[in-house]
Design a protein around this ligand. Structure first.
Ligand SMILES: *[C@@H]1O[C@H](CO)[C@@H](O)[C@H](O)[C@H]1NC(C)=O
Ligand SMILES: *[C@@H]1O[C@H](CO)[C@@H](O)[C@H](O)[C@H]1NC(C)=O
Ligand SMILES: *[C@@H]1O[C@H](CO)[C@@H](O)[C@H](O)[C@H]1NC(C)=O
Ligand SMILES: *[C@@H]1O[C@H](CO)[C@@H](O)[C@H](O)[C@H]1NC(C)=O
Ligand SMILES: *[C@@H]1O[C@H](CO)[C@@H](O)[C@H](O)[C@H]1NC(C)=O
Length: 372
């Protein structure tokens, strides 16, 4: 594989940002504990800027123009032009922006409304991007630290109320599925694809069970989006540039077939466990294939990047490489080679928040937030 291409694919996996956060730490100090908090776990789709607090020397940053130019007007740590799905969910739930867990603390109660543990490039498996990310298990450990500090700040009973009322939102697994295909095929030599997908799902549900033990009862999940057709992935096969990747699609379909069963099993095993599962694969593919139906002009090409479909992730002169930026971000579904625009995030967030059961089921997030 040509090195610039490998690089752009690795960027698909990392996608992280460094910058000053727009979030005012002091905002979270007013305790309104009858409001359900939001705890977020996952990868770059949900990362509100954790990576920047750990690795300031990484080559995989996005703390530069044009990231963050919509809404925030400067790069915030989000891999998009603006707000993420999780920001819109927080807005709908009348919560402040949920701060990155690694944001320096200004008091023990800064996470009363929730915390965001998501990390660009992360997977459910420790083998995914080893040494470069905080995998889901590490994110769980960070959550446990927040649990301890909230208990000591608010007292056990008050803190437990927060954990049982809270909604826990997860998006993880995409990097696990893509990583062996683009970076380490030996992961498929000792396991069948089926086993591999079971590991990804098993490691995700183990973390959910740990959160349940702490008191978490309400969960939100996305199934695997149609990443097989993302610009970065659709240029992988040089003999068929612009078509959705069959090997990636194969894994994603396997995952999306098995994941709902795993959630139903959890619901049977864990009393009081309730969840929302959004069919992100369908909602993303619909928009890729019919952009104009959803107010976009372009569905299969990034706004920012270079090469065919702007599928090479040079957005913002990454690594000194030149790039193109579209004129009107609002015309685009994808902002860079694999991440969506704020406009797209808003639409997906609405579907997760209040979508009908054929889109988000068995509950939607609005209902989960309202449940006591
Ligand atoms: C943060 O919010 C507090 C309270 O609303 C305000 O007093 C303070 O000036 C704000 N700080 C920044 C940097 O915006
Ligand atoms: C920081 O980034 C560098 C360069 O990408 C990488 O080699 C190193 O492992 C990273 N360190 C951590 C702690 O993530
Ligand atoms: C690939 O994965 C295998 C199995 O986990 C591991 O032993 C090996 O070190 C990995 N290779 C690279 C280059 O990361
Ligand atoms: C988690 O993933 C590892 C491989 O990283 C695998 O050995 C293990 O069985 C998985 N755990 C579950 C519960 O699926
Ligand atoms: C869901 O159902 C509505 C009608 O209730 C329909 O308009 C919509 O196309 C359906 N969406 C999907 C993804 O099936």
């Amino acid at each position: 594989m040509e090195s610039s291409r490998l690089f752009s694919i690795i960027l698909f996996l990392y996608t992280t940002v460094l910058s000053i956060s727009s979030i005012n730490c002091t905002e979270n100090n007013n305790l309104i504990t009858n409001q359900a908090a939001l705890f977020v776990f996952g990868d770059s789709l949900f990362d509100a800027g954790n990576y920047k607090y750990i690795n300031s020397s990484s080559a995989f940053q996005s703390n530069f123009f044009p990231y963050g130019q919509t809404t925030f007007k400067f790069p915030t740590g989000r891999v998009s032009d603006g707000r993420l799905i999780t920001d819109f969910i927080a807005e709908n739930a009348w919560l402040p922006l949920i701060p990155p867990n690694l944001q320096p603390s200004n008091g023990n109660s800064q996470f009363t409304y929730g915390a965001n543990f998501a990390y660009g490039g992360a997977g459910a498996l420790v083998e995914t991007n080893p040494g470069m990310v905080r995998d889901l298990g590490t994110q769980l450990n960070s959550f446990k630290n927040v649990v301890r500090s909230l208990k000591s700040a608010l007292g056990e009973a008050e803190a437990n109320k927060i954990f049982s009322r809270a909604v826990y939102l997860f998006n993880i697994g995409g990097n696990d599925l893509v990583y062996p295909l683009v970076a380490n095929s030996s992961l498929f030599q000792s396991n069948t694809k089926e086993n591999f997908v079971d590991f990804v799902i098993g490691n995700t549900t183990s973390v959910v069970k740990e959160v349940y033990k702490i008191g978490g009862r309400k969960y939100g999940f996305l199934n695997m989006g149609a990443y097989e057709c993302a610009p970065a992935i659709s240029i992988l096969d040089t003999t068929n540039i612009g078509s959705c990747s069959k090997p990636v699609a194969e894994l994603i379909y396997l995952y999306n077939k098995k994941f709902p069963d795993a959630l139903r099993r959890l619901q049977r095993e864990l009393s009081g466990f309730r969840y929302a599962l959004h069919d992100y694969h369908t909602s993303l593919l619909e928009r890729i294939n019919n952009p104009s139906k959803y107010g976009f002009k372009v569905g299969n090409m990034g706004c920012c990047g270079s090469g065919p479909f702007r599928g090479i992730n040079t957005c913002g002169n990454r690594m000194g490489q030149s790039y193109e930026l579209c004129e009107n971000i609002n015309d685009y579904l994808f902002f860079d080679s694999s991440h969506l625009t704020e406009k797209a995030h808003r639409q997906i967030a609405e579907l997760i928040w209040s979508g009908p059961p054929n889109v988000t089921r068995p509950y939607n997030l609005k209902t989960l937030f309202q449940l006591n």
